[in-house]
Write a new protein. Structure first.
Length: 368
């Protein structure tokens, strides 16, 4: 129960932040989310299908994709910290998020004639081009401004670049439709389109790994982006080979295995290098601490010897002064010899080191 309340509070706070950041884009996010809730049950309730797929599948995919895109752009705008370009790009994304899914709904509801269907398709292509332009402007702004952490910066930048490529290979509104290319371009489009959501999540997760230095985090983001782009290119290669290459054919599977193996080996190499760097840093820190401890011990021993030497000198001076006072008193009683120089040998010097009295014993003798 407490977890549900916390999640609801977090969602409310996120909506409030999004509305303050860009009210129009926040409203479009809510509208597209409502579209997802509206269209989802229609896929089960409406029995009409095309090639075995519900006629509501395309509108549902567009509503879901636009919801994720709006949320992503709001997050990027929050990280950009009040970029002027974000306001304009946010308006464009909001307009596309409202228009494109509902144009797809009109194509289902109206069941238009071929001429009207072509006009609606052209309108959707123009709207899609507007989304591409807004995303390209955001990509430029991402390379100009930091997002607060280098790992998240590069994850968002590379993710946006891959997403732009995914928009370009949209099977119904992108280059495949313009070039009348055969094959199934939907998998490549779907994988690339969501790179701007997945790669920043990878960057965020890596940025929380305190044991990894920032260069290693950025390198791992680059490996993830390269592997992600390679998967997309393999799917594009499959689609470019024509309808006969649809599905998971052996060539596509082999290429994907190579991509995954390359990404895994690169990741393992980066992590091994990070562990080696940590080990060397630990050894250097341990050696430095040992040197500091040895230096401290040497300084303490030197200070102790200096103090002992100072105590011995002070003790000798006190004993000498006491003997001189005693000698002067005895000379006054017996009379001093004029012009004679008296050399007094310190009594302690006549004894061997083992026979010399302690400081306490000497002080007791002098005081007596």
């Amino acid at each position: 129960m407490s977890g549900t309340i916390t999640a609801a509070a977090s969602a409310r706070n996120a909506l409030q932040v999004g509305y303050r950041l860009h009210p129009v884009l926040a409203a479009a996010t809510g509208a597209t989310a409502a579209g997802v809730a509206l269209i989802f049950p229609l896929q089960a309730l409406d029995p009409v299908t095309v090639n075995g797929v519900s006629v509501w599948a395309t509108p549902f995919d567009l509503f879901a994709s636009m919801t994720l895109m709006c949320v992503t752009v709001l997050w990027l705008g929050h990280r950009l910290g009040g970029s002027p370009l974000f306001g304009k790009a946010g308006l464009a994304v909001a307009a596309v998020a409202i228009l494109e899914p509902w144009l797809a709904v009109l194509r289902v509801v109206l069941e238009p004639s071929p001429a009207l269907g072509a006009q609606l398709g052209t309108a959707m292509a123009l709207v899609h081009l507007g989304l591409f332009a807004a995303s390209a402007a955001l990509a430029v702004e991402l390379f100009r401004r930091p997002l607060g952490h280098p790992t998240i910066d590069w994850a968002a930048r590379l993710g946006m670049l891959v997403t732009l490529f995914g928009m370009a290979v949209d099977p119904s509104r992108g280059l495949p439709a313009l070039l009348e290319a055969g094959g199934d371009w939907a998998p490549a489009h779907a994988v690339a389109l969501h790179a701007v959501q997945l790669l920043p999540l990878v960057g965020w997760a890596l940025s929380r790994r305190r044991e990894l230095k920032v260069p290693h985090q950025v390198t791992l983001v680059a490996v993830a982006a390269a592997s992600y782009a390679a998967v997309m290119l393999v799917l594009c290669w499959q689609a470019a080979r024509g309808p006969g290459a649809s599905g998971a054919d052996p060539l596509t599977v082999a290429a994907l295995v190579v991509v995954v193996a390359g990404g895994a080996s690169s990741t393992a190499s980066v992590l091994a290098h990070a562990r080696e760097v940590r080990h060397l840093a630990l050894e250097a820190r341990t050696a430095s601490e040992k040197r500091q401890a040895a230096a401290a011990q040497a300084a303490a021993a030197k200070a102790s010897m200096a103090m002992a030497r100072a105590r011995r000198v002070a003790l000798q001076q006190r004993v000498t002064q006491g003997l001189l006072r005693q000698r002067k008193g005895s000379e006054k009683d017996r009379g001093a010899v004029p012009g004679a120089t008296l050399r007094i040998r310190h009594p302690i010097e006549r004894l061997s080191p083992d026979e010399r009295p302690t400081e306490i014993a000497v002080l007791a003798t002098v005081s007596a």
